[in-house]
Design a protein around this ligand. Structure first.
Ligand SMILES: NC(=O)C1=CN([C@@H]2O[C@H](COP(=O)(O)OP(=O)(O)OC[C@H]3O[C@@H](n4cnc5c(N)ncnc54)[C@H](O)[C@@H]3O)[C@@H](O)[C@H]2O)C=CC1
Ligand SMILES: O=C(O)C(=O)COP(=O)(O)O
Length: 528
């Protein structure tokens, strides 16, 4: 099988070598596609690699019927409709670390250019004006730098600013006073930071919560004569409000690498002499581009060949050592989910997954996703995968809970899945037998020992002499061979269960004929 990969934004050629060196890949680079052209082509591809320019909208994703992975060679994924990707089971990966240094250096370059008006002075000189009085700057030493968003880049900028003898004060929802103290910076709320800072630099992602976070009200709270830098994302600063704040002289300088609309040819902010700007160049160094391209190439290559990606955006990331321990249980989890939903006639409303024994010591989130995948695939088909299983369950109104328990019922590991419907609760438990693979060991309250594979028939009946024999004869009449049989009962003469594995798929009418026997209450065929 050949994987078709589309590179839709310029990526470092050296960086994508790991991908090119794979067998069975067909890589097309086309960095000039219009949204319509991308929409027309996208169905041909298994993987799409982009930077910030290509907008991967829900309309594009809708048409991407073969797409399995979208890779963002950089940090911000605001150009990708993550919900649409998740809904369609497309994994999104990014390269969160490769451009941190470049973005931090670019931010420092912007702060220094701003404080000494270097771009303006350079421009004047280019225009044959020797202007020394007009371009008097301010020192950074002893000034306060307010950092909004102390993640990878914010932290790097902070440490470099300290090297410039600046006082750094930061706000981040995950920053505590203790951590700030350890980093040698001051902690403040957003309001406190905005009020205290001489220079403010933004390093948050663009999210619903951060859109226009720096608005007219925020500018009002700032110091008179503040200077502001945005090398994160356009839209975090409200550009209209920034324009007004510059006109009113509240803000005396702004350095912008990112804009609400990109690319653009006209933006009225650029008419103001207080504004210096670059066209989204924060990550544009040879080093950063090579780093991010290598990272996404590895993830795309690994993913397409069935491996574990390092930087998933719409899936929690699980380290390889931990994954090695849980991977053997994937099949069990998926089969239990699939078996149980096959047994459940009514609409599932709630799913409870209990992990015990060895399993209770593991990171179980990937197993929960596999269980739910098995559960949903029976009715929704193969497009349900690890990426969209929980999302689709939520959309179908099914709540999913996972918990760890100490009750192992004598097994070294036990996974129990319970489905609640309007008419009651059904459950199934399974274990992974050392060297022998997965087994179903309980169906509701009955103990069994069934390998979850092939054609299974679950029969609820009355515990009475002769039932098993008559059942065998009926199956023989339909030329159905029983491979294995497990029987258990609640008490002598009470309710009982038979779990058969048979050699071929049984049609519904064949299953119905088994109900001719009056001791049979219920027959369900499940193909795993
Ligand atoms: N101009 C350019 O070329 C580049 C821009 N970027 C952008 O820089 C930004 C930061 O990137 P990283 O530091 O790598 O991300 P990161 O994820 O390491 O850091 C982001 C930080 O923002 C914080 N945050 C979220 N909401 C916040 C809020 N309401 N107020 C304050 N802090 C908040 C988060 O807690 C996190 O610590 C991203 O938007 C990214 O896209 C990144 C690389 C290059
Ligand atoms: O990594 C990011 O978030 C960036 O903004 C870099 O964007 P780019 O890849 O240079 O288009």
């Amino acid at each position: 099988m050949t994987f078709h990969i589309l590179i839709a934004d310029p990526l470092s050629e050296e960086g994508i070598q790991p991908l090119r060196s794979l067998e069975n890949v067909n890589i097309i680079t086309d960095t000039n596609l219009t949204p319509d052209e991308l929409g027309e082509k996208i169905a041909d591809f298994d993987a799409l690699l982009v930077r910030s320019q290509t907008q991967v909208t829900s309309e594009i994703i809708e048409k991407a019927t073969n797409l399995k992975i979208i890779a963002r060679a950089g940090v911000g994924v605001d150009n990708i409709d993550l919900n649409a990707a998740t809904e369609h089971g497309i994994i999104v990966v990014n390269a969160p670390n490769g451009n941190t240094n470049s973005a931090a250096e670019h931010t420092m370059a912007m702060i220094m250019s701003l404080s000494r008006k270097i771009p303006q002075a350079y421009n004047a000189l280019k225009n044959h004006q020797w202007e020394r009085k007009k371009y008097v700057g301010v020192e950074l030493k002893n000034k306060t730098l307010g950092v909004i968003g102390l993640g990878r880049i914010g932290a790097e900028v902070s440490s470099r600013a300290k090297g410039q003898r600046m006082n750094v004060m930061a706000y981040d929802p995950f920053l505590t006073e203790e951590t700030a103290e350890k980093m040698g910076i001051r902690y403040g709320t957003v309001e406190e930071v905005l009020k205290a800072a001489d220079f403010i630099t933004i390093h948050t992602p663009l999210l619903k919560e951060t859109k226009h976070m720096i608005n007219a009200e925020a500018f009002q709270n700032m110091k008179q004569g503040v200077q502001i830098i945005n090398c994160a994302r356009g839209g975090i600063i409200d550009e209209e409000a920034l324009y007004d704040a510059i006109i009113s002289k509240k803000v005396v300088g702004a350095a912008l690498d990112v804009f609400e609309e990109e690319p653009f040819l006209d933006n009225k902010l650029l008419e103001l002499p207080e504004v210096i700007a670059t066209p989204h160049l924060g990550a544009s160094t040879f080093e950063a581009q090579e780093n991010v391209a290598v990272d996404v190439s590895h993830d795309v290559g690994t993913f397409l060949t069935g491996g574990l990606v390092k930087n998933p955006v719409n899936l929690p990331s699980v380290p390889r050592e931990i994954m090695n321990k849980i991977e053997p249980y994937f099949n069990l989890a998926e089969k239990l989910g699939s078996f149980l939903i096959g047994l459940t006639q009514d609409v599932a409303e709630e799913v409870n997954i209990y992990y015990s024994g060895d399993l209770s010591e593991l990171e179980v989130a990937p197993l929960t996703r596999n269980t739910v995948k098995g559960l949903l695939q029976r009715h929704l088909g193969d497009h349900v995968n690890d990426v969209n299983a929980l999302y689709l369950a939520e959309r179908k109104g099914i709540t999913v809970h996972e918990s760890k328990t100490t009750s192992t019922k004598g097994f070294t590991n036990l996974l129990t899945v319970e489905v609640k419907t309007k008419s009651g609760t059904r459950s199934v438990s399974g274990t992974l037998l050392n060297g022998m693979g997965p087994r179903i060991v309980k169906v509701d309250d009955y103990s069994v020992d069934v390998t979850p594979v092939g054609h299974i028939v679950v029969i609820h009946h009355k515990d009475q002499p002769g039932v098993i024999g008559r059942m065998g004869s009926l199956l023989a009449e339909h030329n159905i061979n029983i491979a294995t049989m497990q029987v258990d009962r609640s008490d002598i003469g009470g309710n009982a269960i038979m779990v058969l594995t048979v050699d071929k798929h049984m049609e519904q009418d064949e299953l119905e004929t088994l109900k001719q026997l009056e001791e049979i209450y219920d027959v369900t065929g499940i193909d795993l």
